[in-house]
Design a protein around this ligand. Structure first.
Ligand SMILES: C[S@@+](CC[C@H](N)C(=O)[O-])C[C@H]1O[C@@H](n2cnc3c(N)ncnc32)[C@H](O)[C@@H]1O
Length: 272
């Protein structure tokens, strides 16, 4: 491991806004892979990790935390929590939040597979999935699969919103198919956010997320968003609610082969 990463890991230990539980703290080994037990912070985020009690918005797979931080600065009436497994990426967001004394920002280093260990029912108001890995060949690893939606439902408040912003048409269409298969309330869906948002969809989106959030949707661009837009990919956006308690079903109507065939190659530029 390079010195840069080791230095970031060491600095991470000093950031009060960054929680880095060990897997052993939340894994229940007697009950199988990714079976979890409650972490001590569950139900206490507003008391322990933020400067005041406010609705909590999660970003899953936040990378360097640009989206979490930008949303938090635009909207001080909510608390924002970025989650990722990569400590060297989280370092950037945690350092910025610490240096700028952002009381409404926190970060959690964990695998999203264990996410339900950390939140009490209703503790989270919204979830953002920003440029998640589409996991083209592993449905159960996809962050909008029934397996993950069941996890989120355990802590998302009634009426809470899941937002997906992605360059992957495959992931967008798959997620839309899951929403339709399960009759989940669909709040917004566009396969071309930048093409539509300035025209007909802006008012529809604003009624879902508010004007500020629509501004953020088109003006906050993460590392991966910039990279994929530069390669000519359209950015898609989907927002839905996760109400109900029936088991979430896999989407029977999703044509995986077709959407796989139109998914173009990505060129990845390395980040830390
Ligand atoms: C393609 S990057 C997107 C990062 C950021 N949202 C952006 O737009 O720049 C996906 C991120 O999700 C994280 N990630 C992927 N699978 C994860 C998992 N199962 N648990 C935690 N983090 C995960 C990766 O570490 C990576 O930082």
């Amino acid at each position: 491991m390079g010195h840069g990463k080791l230095r970031k890991f060491a600095e991470n230990l000093g950031f009060p806004c960054l929680l880095q539980p060990s897997a052993a703290e939340v894994l229940d080994k007697s009950a199988g892979t990714f079976a979890v037990r409650d972490h001590a912070v569950k139900g206490r985020w507003n008391d322990q990790m933020f400067s005041a009690a406010r609705p909590i918005v999660l970003e899953l797979g936040c990378g360097r935390g640009e989206y979490t931080i930008d949303l938090a600065q635009r909207n001080p009436s909510c608390n924002y929590l970025g989650v990722d497994i990569k400590g060297a990426r989280l370092w950037k967001g945690a350092k910025y939040a610490t240096e700028h004394a952002l009381g409404n920002v926190a970060f959690l280093r964990t695998r999203i597979e264990m996410i339900e260990a950390f939140f009490a029912p209703g503790e989270i108001s919204e979830i953002w999935l920003t440029f998640s890995d589409p996991q083209l060949h592993g449905e159960n690893k996809r962050l909008t699969s029934p397996l993950f939606l069941e996890r989120y439902r355990k802590f998302l408040r009634p009426g809470g919103i899941v937002h997906l912003k992605t360059d992957s048409r495959f992931l967008y269409e798959y997620s839309l198919a899951v929403v339709r298969e399960n009759g989940l309330p669909l709040l917004a869906a566009t396969p071309d956010l930048y093409g539509e948002v300035e025209t007909v969809r802006r008012s529809a989106l604003a009624s879902v997320c508010g004007e500020d959030a629509v501004d953020a949707l088109v003006s906050v661009q993460t590392y991966y968003e910039r990279m994929f837009r530069d390669q000519g990919y359209r950015i898609t956006y989907l927002a839905f609610q996760l109400d109900g308690d029936a088991p979430v079903r896999r989407p029977a109507a999703f044509d995986a082969e077709y959407w796989l065939s139109v998914e173009g190659p990505r060129h990845f530029v390395r980040q830390s």
